[in-house]
Ligand binder design. Sequence first.
Ligand SMILES: [Zn+2]
Length: 209
Amino acid sequence: MKINKDKNFERELPSGYKQLLHINAKDAKFGIIFNLISLLVLAVVLAVAIFSLSFKGYTFGEVFSLDLPNLLIAYLVFFLSIFSYIILHELVHGVAYKSLTGEKLTFGLSWSCAFCGVPNIFTYRKTAIIAIVAPFAVFTILLIPTIIALYFVSPLYYLIFAFVFGLHFGGCSGDLYLLILLLIKYKDNTTLMRDTGPEQFIYVKTKES
Ligand SMILES: [Zn+2]
């Protein structure tokens, strides 16, 4: 089945539309608030993970009591997983945007976040929702069974992937904020979003045009 991509976006903002929201991740207040939320979520996830290990009779110290080569491998896995996650998260946004619009993407990194956008067009609400929620859905589905399995296999790798999950869940706070706005506040399917990566603009159709 071929998707009619043209129906998913507009190249120009149609007449009769008004900008109702502007989110800027580079804005100091927004960037700091969402990074604090991310850190808080990460801390809660890690606390739950460490607490859950006590049911298996492990103490925190025991989890890390490995010989040097195995400890170095664990460090490597830890940093590679975090690095890969950040890149893959943005790539999943990109794949969703690309498959729904076919338009040019932009990727980047700012002081407050990594980002992916489709800056030259105005995407309709449904397209925006799919592209925004895609990484959250994909990595939640992949990471939860992985973490559950690791709980029974390796306490150290369980903690490492609990960290990645906390980073994922917290790091999605900006995406989830935008998702909730589109699901609850901007319910009309004629709503358009322009996503430049770090900035999102929401436009709604005013009365009649
Ligand atoms: Zn994202």
